[in-house]
Design a protein around this ligand. Structure first.
Ligand SMILES: Cc1ncc(COP(=O)(O)O)c(C=O)c1O
Length: 426
C-alpha cells in the first residue's frame, strides 16, 4: 500500500472534502462519513494522529472485476493497414481510487470516452503517468505478455513521484491479462504484430488547488500494432540536440510522466525539418549521450588497444528512463555476448568519445532500444556541423549486433524460446 504521511493524508482529506464531486467520490465520502461518525474522537480537519485511525484503503483486487461486453464489436482492420496507436480494441479496463477508500472495484467496459470536469487536476498540473507494453500471440494462439512486472514496477515508481496512488502489481497484471484475452481477436497471429497496451494513471480530483489528488483513475486501453519496420530495418539519422535537455539530475526524466514528453516534440520536429528522423539527447558541458527520441541509446565501440568490442549504454543516474528493452538487452548481452569476449557496460559516454571512435573506425554500431521497435539502428549523428558515422555500410540498414538482439528478444516475446520473461495469459 502507498505510504502516505499523516500530514499528507489530512491535507488530502481537506482538499478532497471541499472540492471533489465525482460520483465515485461522493459514494466514497458518504461511506467514510459513516465510519467517522462511529469514531467520536475523529474530526474532519484534525491534524491529530488519531484522526487517521479509521484510514483503511482497499487494495486493488482483481477478483472484484466486473465485465460488461460491447454490444457492437468493431470490425477488424487488415493487419497491414494498422498505424501505431490509431485503432483501439472493443474494451477498456478502469479502476477508480479515492483517498478515503482506496481502489474501487475494477471494471472492463466497452471502450468509451471519459467524462471529466474541466477543473480536474490532470488537465492543469499534469498528474499523469503511463506505461507502454505489449501482448503477443504465439503460434498456438496463446496470448503472452513480455516482462509485465517491469512495467508495473515502473508505473508504481512514476505514480509515487507525482503523488498518485500505487497498486498491487500482480493484481494489475491479472486484470490486464483479462482485457487482452477478451480482446485477443485484435492481435494478429503473426510475427512482428502485437497489441500495444497503454496503462494510464491520472489524478481526477476536481480542484484548481495544487496538492496531492484525493481521487485517481487507472485505465488501460489497447491498440493493435504492426511491424515497426514494414519493409525491414531502416537505419535512422539523428540530430544531436544541443539547445535543450530532456532530463536533469534530481528531475523526473527517469519516470514515465506524460509531462516529460510534450516538451520533447519541438526539438524532434526541428530535427525532422532538417531531414533527421530523430534527435539525440545530450546532457551537460561534457555532452554526455543520454537517450535517442523516446528510446534508450546503445553503442558498440571497439577498444583502441585490445580491439575488444564493448556494448555501452548510459547508466541509470536519474536522467535515463529505465527501459524494459534496455534491461533485457543488457541481461541477454551479459549472458550471450560476454562469453564471446565482449564487454557490456553501463557508463557515461560523450559525443566526443563517439566522434573519436568513429573517426578511428572503432564505432561499430549505434542503435536505439524500446518496446515499439525493440532496436532502431542509427546511421549517422549530426553534431557540431558534421556527421558522425555510426559504422553501417551504405548498403546496410542494421548492424549485426542490433539484428541479433532483435531476434533474441522477439523469439522470447513470441514464445518461440521458452523464457520466464514471456508470461502466458491464462
Ligand atoms: C524516454 C524513453 N526512453 C526509453 C524508452 C524505452 O523503454 P521501454 O524499453 O520500456 O519501452 C521509452 C519508452 O517509451 C521512453 O519513452
Amino acid at each position: 500500500m502507498r505510504p502516505v504521511s499523516l500530514f499528507a493524508r489530512n491535507a488530502l482529506r481537506a482538499t478532497s472534502a471541499s472540492s471533489s464531486s465525482s460520483s465515485a467520490w461522493l459514494a466514497a465520502s458518504s461511506s467514510s462519513s459513516a465510519r467517522r461518525a462511529a469514531l467520536p474522537s475523529t474530526r474532519w480537519f484534525s491534524i491529530k494522529a488519531e484522526a487517521a485511525s479509521d484510514f483503511t484503503q482497499k487494495a486493488l483486487d482483481a477478483s472484484r472485476l466486473s465485465v460488461t461486453e460491447t454490444q457492437s464489436p468493431k470490425p477488424l482492420s487488415e493487419p497491414e493497414t494498422l498505424v501505431f496507436g490509431k485503432e483501439f480494441t472493443d474494451h477498456m479496463l478502469s479502476v477508480e481510487w479515492t483517498i478515503e477508500d482506496g481502489w474501487l472495484d475494477p471494471k472492463i467496459t466497452p471502450y468509451q470516452n471519459l467524462s471529466l470536469d474541466p477543473a480536474t487536476c490532470v488537465f492543469h498540473y499534469a498528474f499523469e503517468c503511463f506505461e507502454g507494453m505489449k501482448a503477443y500471440k504465439d503460434k498456438d494462439g496463446r496470448v503472452r505478455l513480455f516482462r509485465p512486472d517491469k512495467n508495473m514496477a515502473r508505473l508504481n515508481g512514476s505514480a509515487a513521484r507525482i503523488a498518485l496512488p500505487t497498486f498491487e502489481p500482480t493484481s494489475l497484471i491479472e486484470l490486464i491479462g483479462k482485457l487482452t484475452k477478451l480482446d485477443a481477436r485484435f492481435i494478429p497471429q503473426k510475427r512482428d504484430y502485437s497489441l500495444y497496451l497503454r496503462p494510464t494513471l491520472i489524478g481526477t480530483q476536481k480542484t484548481l488547488g495544487v496538492g496531492a489528488p484525493g481521487s485517481a483513475l487507472l485505465y488501460v486501453i489497447a491498440s493493435p500494432v504492426g511491424p515497426y519496420y514494414p519493409t525491414g530495418f531502416k537505419a535512422v539519422s539523428l540530430e544531436a540536440t544541443d539547445y535543450a535537455v530532456r532530463a536533469w539530475p534530481g528531475g523526473v526524466g527517469d519516470k514515465k510522466l506524460g509531462a516529460n514528453y510534450a516538451p520533447c516534440i519541438v526539438p524532434q520536429t526541428q530535427a525532422a525539418s532538417r531531414g533527421y528522423q530523430q534527435n539525440l539527447w545530450l546532457f551537460g558541458d561534457e555532452e554526455y549521450v543520454t537517450e535517442v527520441g523516446t528510446m534508450n541509446m546503445f553503442v558498440v565501440i571497439r577498444d583502441k588497444q585490445s580491439g575488444v568490442k564493448e556494448l555501452v549504454t548510459a547508466p541509470l543516474d536519474g536522467t535515463i528512463l529505465e527501459g524494459v528493452t534496455r534491461d533485457s538487452i543488457l541481461t541477454l548481452a551479459r549472458e550471450r555476448l560476454v562469453p564471446e569476449g565482449w564487454k557490456v557496460t553501463e557508463r557515461k559516454y560523450t559525443m566526443k568519445e563517439l566522434d573519436e571512435a568513429s573517426r578511428e573506425g572503432r564505432l561499430v554500431e549505434a542503435f536505439g532500444a524500446g518496446t515499439a521497435a525493440i532496436v532502431s539502428p542509427v546511421r549517422t549523428i549530426a553534431w557540431k556541423g558534421r556527421h558522425v558515422d555510426c559504422g553501417l555500410k551504405e548498403t546496410e540498414e542494421s548492424g549485426e549486433t542490433a539484428a541479433r538482439i532483435r531476434d533474441w528478444i522477439e523469439a522470447i516475446q513470441y514464445g518461440e524460446e521458452e523464457h520466464e520473461w514471456s508470461v502466458v495469459v491464462d
